[in-house]
Design a protein around this ligand. Sequence first.
Ligand code: NAD
Length: 279
Amino acid sequence: MGVTSHDSIPSLPASLLTGQKALVTGANSGIGRATAIKMGQVGADVVVNYVEDEEAAKEVVSEIEDFGGRAYAHRADVANEDEVVTMLEAMVDRFQTIDILVANAGIQRDAPFENMTISEWQRVLDVNLTGQFLCAREAIKEFVRRGVVPGTSNSAGKIICISSVHQLIPWAGRANYTVSKSGVQMLMETLAQEFSSRKIRVNAVAPGAIRTPMNRPAWETPEAEASLVEMIPYGRVGDPEEIATAAALLASDLLDYVVGTTLYVDGGMKLFPEFLHGG
Ligand code: NAD
């Protein structure tokens, strides 16, 4: 057993999101991929958004179809207004509506602050923050137009923003990323406040260290992983499926009274683990 081993995660009820239509952005890799598959497993029809690597997106679609789900892949850059508008129009055309948005697409472009270029700064904000704004705006238009559909869900729509522990924890060399994620937190809370009375629930999942391509150097060698695990009180790196499970639960009526909350799924990473042995 390695330092990251853990028992398998129990399954969610197979009908948790039956009849609902979900859009997952950046769904051809990592957390988005696991979330799209999880949404399909628990009964949602899924739009698998991607911006590059169409093959990987098609594999996610096939995996959902293999267990009897409905899905299709849609290429759109979440930072591009026209492409996001078209993606949502296409979804309403094909699936009639949207019930769940998982705004997951994200990037890192790390650089020491004094060397960070305007394009490294801007692109991270464009994808991680403006991308969430655009997708949320278009989804909310449809939620408001359609309202609650009795028998489908108690709410008129759910948005799950995939944020990060770095909405809270500063991270040297990643000023663009931390600022984008703290922006996501305030966007999420403001939307939750603005739209709860219309039965739209907006929440976030803030992952800690999850084993995905984005942070491969941090876990791909035993030495790197051991050093990473020192920052995680629970003693292991997380799996994309654990974020997917959190997102599916937040999207479901099981958590219908959860509004404007960030669910940290981080093995305790935000608990200042350095203070375990001193201070
Ligand atoms: P990943 O690189 O595997 O996945 C990111 C996905 O976003 C990819 O599919 C990528 O193609 C897509 N994407 C990038 N730019 C896009 C754009 N302009 N339009 C559409 N899609 C785009 O990484 P991941 O770890 O799965 O990251 C997913 C989310 O989780 C990100 O928002 C990331 O910030 C967040 N997160 C990850 C971790 C972690 O430890 N992996 C921790 C905290 C937060």
